[in-house]
Design a protein around this ligand. Structure first.
Ligand SMILES: Cc1cc2nc3c(=O)[nH]c(=O)nc-3n(C[C@H](O)[C@H](O)[C@H](O)COP(=O)(O)OP(=O)(O)OC[C@H]3O[C@@H](n4cnc5c(N)ncnc54)[C@H](O)[C@@H]3O)c2cc1C
Length: 438
């Protein structure tokens, strides 16, 4: 019997294909794609991950729609490996004077997991040696009519296909589509995990005390995971997390100042029922993320000589968390890309045509998810009217303050000399490693 953890190519699919595929990013989208390609018989798949093995990403609760669950089913990942909550229900409720009002029930067409569990389920099933950790990619050029990845330590890696699944602060996007810049949406998702489940929750709850405030909470294996959305100006964000939003997209526990702790505690005490305010207060390892917008994507594939570079998942189209589409988009795009490559592999389909078809199918959904975020935010009063810049006060514990991250520096630019018609050509630029975002 075949071990699900170390898959071998199905012999009916023919010999291992010779395409060398480099995937950048080993969070969710990258490992899912690598697993799909390995199962399809592609034997030369390498995943480059900036962080060391086992580094905490700080990811919390994720909702996976049936499409994503089905992809994982087909990969042979058992539900028990990643779904911790058998619920298919989301509750939405107002809060008045610290009391939860009449809730409205929504059926969720999927199930809930956490980043940590899903990541582990995917990574543990990749063949040993597929992921290279501590390998930040800093640039991409063309060499002998093939994409050539440049790692931050000076090493290079040649590939036929480079897939950037390197998240919101994507180096790939900065190289391939530099006109698409992230914009701060004016609010923050403060996150934490409380060790207890004080209200005995069994489903995901969205509590909405008033416009401009939303508290999302759900059970996780060891307590409850919460996200508290609060408006904040760029100055307030900087005071809370030690760097402005575009430089620190995700603030890890070590980045949080006392200002952030006090700000969240006082808003919880002011707006939430006592049990939830206490859960927030007792959550010591907290994090925060800047809610960002971006222009919708207009391209997913770029020719690089006779090879291709591709953007996938959050690298292509980072969406607001309220849409619940981030992880889902990445997995669905990865599945579609694997389908296109299988047609090339098994039936000799023209690779460029297969990739064009894949892009045509997935681009509209990615663009729609990007557009959905601001309309949800506006309905919640989030981001549209940031509070006055009054929160910053001096941090009480200087050791919680962190120095700002280095500024991005463009080092050189080199033209992509591709002559492939069909896609707008890109100018590939090499950047310094400090510019990849947080
Ligand atoms: C609070 C919150 C709640 C969310 N809820 C949901 C939800 O309910 N449903 C949903 O579908 N999505 C949700 N999301 C979004 C979801 O977590 C992301 O969309 C998803 O993790 C994106 O996966 P990704 O692999 O594309 O990118 P990421 O998870 O951002 O991973 C990118 C990876 O690339 C690596 N990397 C970055 N730069 C480089 C480089 N230069 N070289 C090498 N490696 C690099 C990073 O270290 C990282 O491992 C939520 C997000 C947040 C913050």
């Amino acid at each position: 019997m075949r071990s699900p953890h170390h898959p071998t190519p199905d012999s009916r699919r023919g010999p291992t294909h010779r395409l060398r595929i480099a995937v950048v990013g080993a969070s969710l989208t990258g490992p899912c794609l690598a697993l799909l390609l390995t199962r399809a018989g592609y034997g030369q798949v390498t995943v480059y991950e900036a962080l060391p093995a086992g580094a905490p990403h700080g990811g919390g609760l994720l909702s996976l729609e049936h499409t994503s669950l089905d992809i994982l089913d087909r990969l042979g990942v058992p539900r028990t490996a990643y779904v911790h909550l058998p619920s298919e229900t989301i509750w939405r409720a107002p809060v008045r004077d610290h009391v939860v009002g009449d809730p409205t029930r929504y059926g969720y067409p999927g199930q809930f997991t956490t980043w940590t569990r899903l990541h582990r389920a995917l990574i543990s099933r990749l063949p040993a040696g597929t992921v290279r950790h501590s390998a930040p990619v800093a640039g991409l050029t063309e060499h002998q009519r093939r994409p050539l990845l440049h790692l931050a330590d000076g090493r290079t890696a040649a590939a036929d296909l480079v897939v950037f699944a390197d998240g919101r602060g994507s180096t790939g996007r900065a190289l391939l589509a530099p006109h698409r810049r992230l914009r701060y949406a004016g609010y923050v998702g403060h996150r934490g995990t409380a060790k207890a489940n004080p209200a005995g929750l069994r489903d995901l709850w969205r509590l909405e005390p008033c416009p401009g405030i939303q508290f999302v909470v759900a059970p996780v294996p060891d307590g409850v995971d919460w996200t508290f959305y609060l408006n904040a100006t760029t100055g307030q964000y900087t005071s809370m997390f030690g760097a402005p939003p575009h430089r620190r997209l995700y603030a890890h526990p070590r980045h949080l100042t006392d200002i952030a702790y006090r700000h969240v505690d006082s808003n919880a005490a002011w707006h939430l029922p006592a049990a939830f305010a206490a859960a927030v207060h007792t959550s010591t390892a907290r994090a925060g993320f800047a809610v960002m917008d971006i222009d919708p994507p207009d391209q997913m594939v770029w020719p690089v000589g006779d090879g291709f570079a591709i953007l996938l998942g959050d690298a292509l189209a980072p969406v607001r968390a309220h849409t619940g589409r981030g992880a889902n988009n990445g997995l669905e795009q990865a599945d579609g890309l694997a389908t296109a490559l299988r047609q090339h592999h098994r039936h000799g389909a023209d690779l460029r045509t297969a990739l064009t078809g894949w892009q045509r199918r997935h681009l509209p959904a990615a663009a729609a998810a990007v557009a959905l975020g601001p309309s949800i935010g506006a309905k919640l009063g989030l981001g549209t009217r940031p509070t006055p810049d009054t929160a910053p006060t001096p941090a009480a514990h200087p050791d919680r303050r962190q120095p700002a991250m280095p500024s991005p520096t463009t080092t050189f630019a080199a033209d992509n000399t591709s002559t492939n018609p069909g896609w707008p050509r890109c100018t590939i630029r090499r950047r310094c490693p400090g510019s990849a975002g947080s």
